[in-house]
Ligand binder design. Structure first.
Ligand SMILES: O=C(O)CCC(=O)C(=O)O
Length: 272
């Protein structure tokens, strides 16, 4: 077994260099099937109309199920996230993403707040600072055929991405792209600036994933809150829309494991 230095969390070197890394066994194998089935049931009941065809998408997943909550601060993940974003972590998004058989390849993009089409975005050219981390949780094994995410290694160091008007066709394959594969229970950790794209699922089975995003305490998330005054103003003034992340009702909050509650405290419905 390879030695991991206590000073350098597992995956941090690769996250710095390539903009992503994969942490294995974040969800214990014995629990994966039950969590996948629960997430599929939530997606069947609550999927949004606005997602691309053959993609089952549910934002604010934590309001529908807490089945994944015990792992949100799994030890290797917590150490890596804290080294990346500092103390007092927050969760910004909890979404289910099911790429169903026959879904289309998606466009190259970087995630919020680097996606230049959102009302809330950090304008390109943006600085070389890690400000947000996207994690994709593999509830199915990600394979070459079933839609393992496409990424462009080291693209997090570029100062823009294909959601801006740059010299790159977001719909076309890129020579340097690679596909992420991994066992169910693994988590792909990406700097949110990394260029990535949905891949087509060419199998007969759904590829089931969670997109959980983590933010530092100092990143303003208010544009994501559906009814915030700041969101209304930013959308109106920019003429753009943004992702909607529903607030967490108090009864949902109290059902969370105590150690996980601080990750959602900023998003509680009731006054803090
Ligand atoms: O589902 C995937 O593989 C990619 C999802 C994605 O691009 C995103 O959540 O921003």
């Amino acid at each position: 077994m390879s030695q991991v230095s206590p000073q350098r969390p597992r995956g941090l070197d690769q996250l710095d260099r390539d903009g992503f890394c994969i942490l294995p066994d974040v969800i214990p194998r014995k629990n994966i099937t039950a969590i996948r089935e629960e997430v599929l049931a939530v997606v069947a009941a609550h999927r949004t109309e606005s997602a691309p065809q053959q993609v089952g998408f549910v934002p604010g997943l934590i309001n529908h199920t807490r089945c994944f909550a015990p792992y949100l601060l799994e030890s290797q993940l917590a150490v890596l996230l804290t080294a990346s974003l500092g103390a007092h972590l927050r969760i910004s998004f909890t979404s289910a993403i099911v790429n169903e058989p026959g879904n289309q390849r998606g466009g190259w993009h970087a995630d919020w707040p680097f996606n230049q089409t959102n009302a809330g975005h950090i304008p390109a050219p943006y600085p070389d600072v890690r400000m947000h981390v996207t994690t994709l949780w593999m509830l199915s094994t990600f394979s070459e055929k079933n839609g393992g995410t496409l990424v462009v290694p080291a693209s997090h160091r570029r100062r823009s991405n294909p959601t801006a008007h740059i010299d790159c066709d977001a719909q076309q394959p890129l020579p340097e792209e690679i596909r992420i594969t991994g066992e169910a229970g693994s988590v792909l950790v990406m700097d949110s600036r990394l260029w990535h794209a949905t891949a087509a699922n060419q199998t007969q089975n759904p590829r089931v994933a969670l997109a959980i995003r983590y933010a530092p305490w100092w990143l303003n998330l208010e544009v994501l809150r559906p009814d915030s005054a700041e969101r209304h103003r930013m959308c109106r003034e920019s003429g753009r829309d943004d992702n909607r992340v529903p607030s967490v009702p108090n009864d949902v909050y109290t059902q969370l494991p105590v150690e996980v509650q601080p990750l959602f405290q900023h998003w509680r419905e009731s006054p803090r």
